[in-house]
Write a protein that binds this ligand. Structure first.
Ligand code: AMP
Length: 286
């Protein structure tokens, strides 16, 4: 069975309205395509509690910096449609850039302060693009629930804040990180890694697991935990640390002590490929 594919806002609204009329609830899984098992876990979570699952595929130009990988970001629509069919998605919405940002577009959403730390400090403008496109998708589809991955922890927390601040009537679901058997978090960008980089890329997970063990053994000093992360990355061939941060997961303030809701976030470069991973303490999910 193939999945219906629509590309215009009018079409997606029509399909969603029909599903609603037939009494089904609506879920949205926003993605940039190049779908993998991490995305599939979101689809499965949506499928399990929803009548009508919409998956969007849009490589959003406004969340990429000028030196980033927008043009080479993988676009694999045929494969993506097959994954969606296998996972029982009801509708794929894949608009083009002119549909999402018609000429004259000039309104953006910002989640102040939080958009400028961690990922936002390394990728200026990234979260402005993310918040804007997610708000647009929520407006276009008006789902009951929307699904995001813990893999992009800061993104999930920013979107949660935006939903609160702008009174958007949607329930958010944050799903656990799906990993390769050796621990590397699945990412569409993993395919950029050469075999040697791929082997060493497990250091993100291993370093975070070492932190988990250190904290389980009673360590509460954030600078000692950060030191462990930095040292693990520094001693890995080909790895360059972008940041290792230990922050309050509710405020993004750097922490001295591991206490309460804690986000341990890591960004590492292998050549031109940037990988992120994270660990949360003190909460079931974001
Ligand atoms: P992307 O296509 O990279 O924008 O990701 C779309 C959604 O899938 C986001 O909410 C991501 O957090 C989520 N996601 C990406 N990779 C994973 C993963 N390894 N495990 C769980 N969710 C993921």
């Amino acid at each position: 069975m193939s999945v219906p594919l629509v590309a215009t806002i009018a079409e997606v609204r029509r399909e969603v309205a029909q599903a609603r009329q037939s009494g089904r609830s609506i879920s949205l899984v926003p993605t940039m395509g190049a779908l993998h098992a991490g995305h599939a876990s979101l689809m499965r979570a949506a499928r399990a509690e929803t009548g009508f699952v919409v998956l969007s595929i849009f490589v959003n130009p406004t969340q990429f910096g000028p030196q980033e990988d927008f043009t080479r970001y993988p676009r694999t629509l045929e494969h993506d449609l097959q994954v969606c069919a296998t996972e029982g998605v009801d509708l794929v919405f894949a608009p083009d850039a002119a549909t999402m940002y018609p000429s004259g577009f000039r309104t953006y959403v910002e989640v102040h302060e939080w958009q400028d730390v961690l990922e936002g400090a390394s990728r200026p403008g990234h979260f402005r693009g993310v918040a804007t496109v997610v708000l647009k998708l929520l407006q276009q589809i008006q789902p009951d629930r929307a699904y995001f991955g813990q893999k992009d922890a800061q993104q999930a927390l920013l979107i949660r804040q935006m939903v609160r601040d702008l009174d958007i009537p949607v329930q958010l679901r944050i799903c656990p990180i799906v990993r390769e058997p050796d621990g590397l978090a699945l990412s569409s960008r993993n395919r950029y890694l050469n075999p040697e980089q791929r082997r060493h890329a497990t250091v993100l997970f291993q370093a975070l697991e070492a932190v988990r063990a250190q904290v389980a053994a009673g360590e509460r000093q954030a600078d000692r935990v950060r030191h462990l992360l930095e040292q693990r990355i520094r001693t890995t061939p080909g790895a360059a640390l972008d940041y290792a941060a230990i922050v309050d997961a509710d405020t993004f303030q750097p922490l001295d002590r591991i206490d309460g809701h804690v986000l341990v976030a890591l960004a590492v470069r292998f050549g031109t490929t940037r990988l992120i991973d994270n660990l949360m303490f003190g909460m079931e999910s974001a």
